[in-house]
Design a protein around this ligand. Structure first.
Ligand SMILES: Cc1cc2nc3c(=O)[nH]c(=O)nc-3n(C[C@H](O)[C@H](O)[C@H](O)COP(=O)(O)OP(=O)(O)OC[C@H]3O[C@@H](n4cnc5c(N)ncnc54)[C@H](O)[C@@H]3O)c2cc1C
Length: 287
């Protein structure tokens, strides 16, 4: 590991000021779970790390907003999200996802800001937050902006965030009676990295599905929203026939990329089966 400067600013503005948009060897560190791995494996050689630890208290609050949305500070750990009862009532799928995500040691340290900024397409939380139509609020010298999580990731470890821009918070819009589920398939233990993750959020009017948002992770370079599946299910009674058609539409339209967790053909079969299961899970969920 090379020598590097460690800065510990005491405000978000000071943290942003320490970044250099032209220098990718300067990065912020939240939980450090991904950064430390990259440094230990010689993938990343920082010249300066900006620890957000001193501003954790301000940016690790979460709660409902007056407009019915739910705000989560970027420094909230995944464990804080898992154990927050207000968040579990607002979007139960988040707690459900945390039970499947890595292990308690990682969840106790990793933050939602890091989970979104890291940009590894195998991560569990990004597809869920895309399905919930969440946005991130960022901070940079130019001020703040809101970016839908659906538009945050460009490819492997690549986001639209500028080099001097931080994620400040995550906003999930009101969910009303929407139902959601997240299914994960791993080749080993359930808490392992996913070979595939499927997140679905939808409205149900009786047996009819409306406004479905189906997102698949771990099969491409970024979380993929699958409009072909949404077109099959929206406005339809969710019969077994429609569910199977949706699985076929997913398998036909999602271009899978092989990795150490499975070949492209294996992943395509996972897509077919898990899209059907995600639809059944949402249909059979108590509203
Ligand atoms: C053993 C192990 C198992 C894991 N298994 C899983 C798994 O099954 N599923 C899963 O989804 N994930 C898994 N992970 C990944 C884990 O979720 C990520 O490492 C974690 O979410 C990153 O968060 P962090 O706060 O530690 O980020 P850090 O390591 O601090 O940072 C990661 C990246 O994000 C940037 N960053 C951090 N915070 C911000 C911010 N607020 N604004 C802008 N950029 C920021 C950093 O500069 C860095 O580039 C695993 C990790 C480990 C170590």
């Amino acid at each position: 590991m090379n020598a590097f400067e460690l800065e510990m600013p005491d405000s978000l503005k000071a943290a942003v000021a320490l970044l250099d948009p032209e220098d990718p060897t300067i990065r912020v560190m939240s939980g450090g779970t991904a950064l430390m791995l990259m440094m230990k494996t010689d993938v990343f050689h920082p010249t300066r790390l900006i620890s957000l630890r001193r501003i954790e208290e301000t940016w690790s609050q979460m709660g409902p907003m007056p407009d019915g949305s739910f705000r989560i500070g970027a420094m909230c750990t995944l464990s804080q999200m898992e154990h927050n009862d207000a968040l579990a009532a607002f979007a139960p799928v988040i707690r459900q996802t945390m039970y499947l995500l890595s292990n308690v040691r990682v969840r106790n340290v990793a933050t939602v800001g890091g989970a979104l900024a890291h940009g590894d397409p195998h991560m569990d939380l990004p597809p869920v937050l895309v399905a919930l139509d969440a946005e991130v609020v960022t901070e940079s010298p130019e001020g703040s902006r809101r970016i839908p999580v659906a538009e945050l990731h460009l490819g492997y470890y690549e986001t639209v965030l500028r080099g001097d821009e931080l994620i400040r918070e995550v906003i999930i819009p009101p969910q009303q009676d929407r139902r959601a589920s997240y299914l994960k398939c791993t080749t080993r233990a359930v808490k392992d990295w996913p070979a595939l993750g499927v997140a679905l959020s939808a409205d149900l009017d009786g047996d009819s599905m409306r406004d479905a948002r189906l997102v698949i992770g771990s099969v491409g370079e970024r979380p993929l929203r699958v409009s072909e599946v949404e077109a099959v299910v929206n406005g339809q009674q969710m019969t077994e026939r429609v569910i199977r058609d949706a699985g076929e539409a997913a398998a036909a339209s999602v271009e899978t990329i092989p990795d150490e967790l499975g070949s492209a053909a294996y992943k395509t079969q996972l897509v077919r089966v898990h899209v059907e299961r995600a639809l059944r899970a949402v249909v059979n969920q108590n509203a």
